[in-house]
Design a protein around this ligand. Structure first.
Ligand SMILES: C[S@@+](CC[C@H](N)C(=O)[O-])C[C@H]1O[C@@H](n2cnc3c(N)ncnc32)[C@H](O)[C@@H]1O
Length: 276
């Protein structure tokens, strides 16, 4: 949901203190403005604490980094509109550690939101390309300047063959509703010896539909892992959504239909005398 302009004005006012788990406005605002602000902060999970030593909206999590991202995007995830869950900073570090991105490594973030993962990857010296369907968040990514390229659009429509080469790493936290489609599509952007790390709904660990069962079998076959994350991993977004981390390593000659696998297809067809 977009911040009402009066709320955005207060929250971006340099006098407003957004630190650790609280938001404090040390100047007076009119009653309507305060009610709007109170509504938004409560929607984000905050509660007013009027004790003289506090006098702030206090959140059950560190709001600082999350608010920075929301203000940059001009919008915030509400309890009802839950498509956008920015990866909290500590989890972003964990995901990037697991992916093992290095200085100069090429990394794709296929649903980059407002840059929780791209910022951390760029900080580590990786060369990052991003895709994001929401035009506001895609612009935020461009303004941040952390990415070599930002495509504004549907990742599922992006053709891996439009890239000159595969990526060393895929690092992602896709929309959970279509998470498995996103992960499977992302594999086609990965080098043979690349690694994909994705945050995903914990349901992937036990869903019984064919796509999930086959995916888990494939993860096992390549020596990958799906590990449950603690229940409070996304508390920072005001949600208790249960998540897991998918780790998928590629290797030459392995079963993953990677970018390199796709590139080999015309050659293989040619070997059998079939025109590519
Ligand atoms: C769970 S949020 C995570 C954002 C970011 N990856 C992060 O870790 O903070 C998912 C993001 O995917 C974006 N998204 C949803 N569908 C998409 C699609 N088909 N292609 C690209 N991005 C998409 C949403 O707009 C949202 O920003």
């Amino acid at each position: 949901m977009r911040f009402p302009s009066s709320v955005l004005a207060v929250l971006t006012d340099p006098r407003t203190e957004i630190r650790d788990d609280r938001v404090r406005v040390p100047f007076s605002i009119d009653r309507n403005g305060y009610e709007e602000l109170d509504r938004v902060l409560k929607e984000m999970g905050g509660r007013w604490n009027g004790a003289s030593t506090v006098h702030a909206h206090v959140f059950p999590y560190r709001i600082e980094e999350h608010m920075r991202q929301c203000l940059a995007a001009g919008e915030f995830p509400t309890r009802t509109e839950q498509g956008w869950f920015p990866t909290p900073p500590s989890l972003a570090m964990q995901v990037c550690d697991l992916a093992g991105a290095w200085v100069g490594a090429t990394v794709l973030e296929p649903s980059a939101g407002s840059g929780a993962l791209t910022t951390e990857l760029a900080r580590r010296g990786a060369v990052v390309d991003a895709v994001e369907i929401d035009p506001v968040r895609a612009n935020v990514l461009r303004q941040q300047g952390d990415c070599r390229m930002v495509i504004g659009g549907d990742f599922l429509d992006v053709d891996p063959m439009d890239y000159p080469e595969g990526f060393d790493r895929i690092v992602m936290n896709p929309p959970f509703a279509k998470g498995l489609d996103h992960i499977k599509h992302a594999i086609a952007f990965m080098k043979d010896d690349g690694i994909l790390v994705s945050v995903m709904s914990q349901g992937l660990m036990w869903w019984t539909d064919r796509a999930s069962v086959e995916f888990r079998a494939m993860v096992e076959e390549v020596g990958g892992e799906i590990e449950a994350l603690p229940d409070d991993s996304f508390k920072v977004c005001g949600t208790g959504v249960r998540t897991c981390l998918v780790f998928l390593p590629g290797y030459a000659g392995g079963p993953l239909r990677t970018y390199d696998w796709l590139m080999r297809q015309p050659v293989q067809l040619g070997l059998f005398g079939i025109a590519a």
